[in-house]
Ligand binder design. Structure first.
Ligand code: UGA
Length: 439
């Protein structure tokens, strides 16, 4: 294969755009593909359709240098690429817990018949174990006679908000391969990233590494949130408990922040898809604990609503609630399965008026939850509120001045859903402060 590699990136979501732009930054010739024409036009104009720090600049650099372009044509992609990355979404199916892999199937079906030369297809999407094996068969079946289309599985571990950093300096690279040629190509492709631990496995193990990692992270968050439930029952403080645990290196500090739990397009659906796949494999018992991880996580959302209701005297009906945060986490505009919006929606269903503000996710939130009220700043959201809820820990919110916020609200009641405020400072300014897992 010629270097720099000619790479296509199929699917331009958070993962695909980041991967395409970063591969161009490494000097490769990159063609990104999506079936969404409007998005492709936007990308070709150098406009990033998502909020991700540092990414737009890399996108524009690639476009300006001429080694990054975007298309909607599978034929062009197939003729262009020596390596085709599959970065398609695998959302939860509508009627169950499994992952819907149809976007991957469609992409392979559209690509394979047009490939003009021997090439390597590399899956990056999070998939049920067994998908790679199935897609490898499909590629062989659909590729033109005489053309060899090899497959590798190379799961992606990037976090939204740190997507560029995680792509250019990953903790590890995992590649599931069947041929030495595929391993050699991927080693060479990622060599410019430096000395990154690289684990070479079979397809199934590579697929499992990703869901195992996300399940572990989800379990860690639900573990500390379960401790929050116990602390609530025992009048103890989960933030002090978490801090004390974190000094043990074996436990560590990260992903041990108690609050309203995890959301996003990955952790919630990945643990469910993992359970569904384990059932199919006859190994459902092994992941039974993930049901509890999911249930604890859902209860944290309900608990935040309980705290708000308690603070306003037992009923949210006709109460104004300032909802600070809509994104599933800060530094992102992603609202998929966002705990903040789930809580705002629950308040709305109880007859409360949820006034939502978020520094980046307002447009997305408005489209998904048109029934909620939206404000143009934290202070606007809080104007006349009977209770304020901090649900996404943007620095705009963690740095709020209790005195200043106190001047606009109707009542000084606050729920610190992420345990990020200093209770003493808020209490000193005459706020009733409540937080999950704290007395
Ligand atoms: C997650 C994984 O962290 C990535 O490694 C993985 O590549 C990605 O999913 C994916 O599968 O694509 P991401 O969804 O961007 O990344 O978000 P995280 O940073 O993992 O946060 C997930 C949720 O957990 C957020 O709602 C966050 O607020 C919450 N969280 C996180 C807590 O409630 N407590 C914590 O201590 C940490």
């Amino acid at each position: 294969m010629r270097t720099p590699y000619r790479i296509t990136v199929i699917g331009t979501g958070y993962l695909g755009i980041t991967h395409a732009a970063c591969m161009a930054k490494l000097g490769h010739e990159v063609l990104g593909l999506d079936i969404d024409e409007e998005k492709i036009q936007q990308l070709n104009n150098g406009n990033l359709p998502i909020y991700e720090a540092g990414l737009e600049e890399i996108l524009r650099d690639g476009l300006a240098a001429g080694n990054l372009r975007f298309t909607t044509s599978f034929q062009k992609a197939a003729e262009f690429g020596d390596i085709h990355f599959l970065c398609l979404g695998t959302p939860q199916v509508k009627d169950g817990w499994a992952a819907d892999t149809s976007q991957l199937d469609s992409a392979v079906e559209a690509l394979a018949p047009h490939v003009g030369q021997d090439c390597l297809v590399v899956g990056k999407s999070t998939v049920p174990v067994g998908t790679a094996e199935r897609l490898a068969g499909k590629l062989t079946e659909l590729a033109p006679r005489g053309t060899t289309v090899d497959l590798a599985w190379n799961p992606e571990f990037l976090r939204e908000g740190f997507a560029v950093e995680d792509t250019l300096s990953p903790d590890r690279i995992v590649i599931g391969v069947r041929t030495e040629a595929a391993e050699k190509t991927l080693r060479a492709l990622y060599a410019p990233l430096g000395d990154i631990p690289l684990v070479v496995t079979d397809f199934a193990t590579a697929e499992l590494v990703k869901v195992a990692a996300n399940s572990f992270l989800a379990t860690k968050i639900s573990y500390i949130n379960a401790m929050a439930e116990i602390c609530e029952a025992a009048h103890a403080d989960v933030t002090a408990l978490a801090r004390a645990l974190s000094y043990d290196d074996r436990i560590g500090r990260r992903f041990l922040s108690p609050g309203i739990g995890f959301g996003g397009g990955c952790l919630p659906k990945d643990i469910r898809a993992f359970m569904a796949r384990a059932e199919e494999l006859g190994a459902g018992r092994a992941l039974a604990f993930l049901r509890e991880v999911d249930a604890i996580n859902q209860r944290r959302r309900a608990r935040a609503v309980d705290l708000a209701r308690e603070l306003v005297g037992g009923s949210l009906k006709n109460r104004t609630v300032a909802v600070l945060g809509a994104a599933f986490k800060p530094e992102s505009d992603d609202i998929r399965d966002s705990p903040a919006l789930a809580i705002a929606h629950a308040i709305h269903l109880e007859g409360g008026r949820a006034s939502v503000y978020d520094p980046a996710a307002l447009d997305n939130a408005r489209k998904a939850f048109p029934e909620l009220d939206y404000a143009s700043s934290a202070l606007e959201a809080a104007r006349g509120a009977h209770v304020a809820l901090l649900l996404t820990e943007w620095s705009d919110f963690t740095e709020l001045d209790p005195e200043q916020l106190g001047l606009v609200v109707a009542d000084r009641n606050i729920v610190d859903g992420r345990n990020v405020l200093d209770p003493a400072a808020w209490q000193a300014a005459a706020w009733n402060y409540r937080a999950p897992g704290r007395p």
